[in-house]
Design a protein around this ligand. Structure first.
Ligand SMILES: NC(=O)C1=CN([C@@H]2O[C@H](COP(=O)(O)OP(=O)(O)OC[C@H]3O[C@@H](n4cnc5c(N)ncnc54)[C@H](OP(=O)(O)O)[C@@H]3O)[C@@H](O)[C@H]2O)C=CC1
Ligand SMILES: CC(C)(CO)C(=O)C(=O)O
Length: 309
């Protein structure tokens, strides 16, 4: 069995290693032949640092435009890149190819599933942490857990796990309500990511009294949107869940803070942007989220080549 990975960054390389550890062959799909040459020079070996020790994984790689069909596809691009990447790869997908989307944010998964229809599509979220130290070299910050679930009707008619994923030694659990799980992750990211990005603080610093009022009000606003969208979040208040995640990831810089600092595009549109549009559709005001959305857009426009949104 072989999985192709579209999005050979931090999470893509991390899962490439997890899949190869389970005896599953992996091909990275690259969009740049310089990267392809670089991986060839590395002998096709990825390097993952875990608990201060380096581990390697032997993978294959090819350009997206290569020939050959794809039966199993893991998508780990940033959320804003996924539709274009999927359009580029779709001529190579077999009619019954299995696809797993593993990304933050919300809304793009459904668009991807529509573009991939009638193939079975799973979506997932992970609490694993990883960052790229160099191309094909990743520092893993925590094992975490992965939750995946069947996103579209063709997947609902398939086995719970995409082929081979039950063999991973990394904990992969099945969610019977992946929409709720994606919303839960969205709600946590919508609370932590823009605040940490704009205050320039680590996740744990959001627990300080200084941020208490803003965090509490933001969590309430996110809960109001979810309720108006008839989307249950957690059985306990969102604030408690956010504080738990801020505590367990206290030393992390959120991906949005890292992206802003590095001058990269952030996933603000797929997180807070999605939430604000969903709120508009159900007639809920979101002054706090809208302020954060505009503030992150502004910071991003100063930093990136893309300019203001
Ligand atoms: N890193 C983490 O700890 C976590 C990340 N996530 C989520 O996982 C997703 C991936 O994040 P992460 O791995 O950090 O991101 P990275 O930026 O490290 O990796 C994204 C990869 O996608 C590639 N890519 C982008 N567009 C295309 C395309 N059109 N065709 C092929 N490849 C493409 C990029 O290629 P190139 O190198 O050429 O730019 C890059 O290698 C995000 O949604 C993120 O929020 C979730 C939990 C934790
Ligand atoms: C949970 C959290 C906030 C951990 O840093 C995250 O997912 C991110 O940074 O994007």
């Amino acid at each position: 069995m072989r999985w192709h990975i579209l999005g050979a960054g931090a999470i893509g390389c991390l899962y490439a290693e997890r899949l190869t550890r389970a005896g599953i062959a992996v091909t990275l799909l690259l969009r740049d032949d310089v990267q392809l040459d670089r991986l060839k020079q590395l002998g096709g070996q990825l390097r993952i640092q875990r608990h201060n020790a380096w581990h390697t994984a032997q993978v294959d790689a090819e350009m997206i435009a290569a020939s050959g069909t794809i039966q199993h596809l893991l998508v780990t691009t940033k959320a804003y890149d996924s539709l274009d990447a999927i359009h580029a790869i779709s001529p190579r997908l077999t009619p019954d190819a299995q696809i797993l989307l593993l990304q933050n944010g919300y809304g793009h998964q459904q668009k991807s599933a529509a573009a991939l229809s009638p193939r079975p599509v799973w979506a997932g979220i992970t609490t694993s942490g990883a960052r790229r130290a160099a191309p094909f070299e990743v520092i893993q910050s925590g094992e975490g857990q992965t939750l995946i679930g069947r996103l579209n009707p063709p997947a609902a008619a398939s086995a719970s796990y995409p082929a081979g994923w039950e063999r991973l030694d990394h904990p992969v659990q099945i969610s019977t309500d992946i929409t709720r799980a994606l919303w839960q992750k969205l709600a946590i990211n919508a609370a932590i990511n823009p605040l940490t990005a704009l205050h320039g603080c680590r996740n744990g610093e959001l627990l300080k009294a200084d941020y208490r009022e803003e965090l509490t009000a933001l969590c309430s606003e996110i809960e109001r949107v979810a309720t108006a969208c008839s989307q249950p979040l957690f059985d306990t208040p969102l604030l408690e869940q956010v504080q738990r995640v801020a505590n367990t990831t206290a030393q992390n810089r959120s991906s949005m803070l890292e992206d802003l600092r590095a001058g990269r595009r952030t996933e603000i549109e797929q997180i807070t942007g999605f939430l604000c549009s969903a709120a508009r559709e159900v007639g809920v005001d979101t002054p706090l989220n809208t302020r954060l959305l505009n503030a992150v857009r502004f910071e991003q426009s100063l930093n990136t080549r893309e300019g203001p949104a």
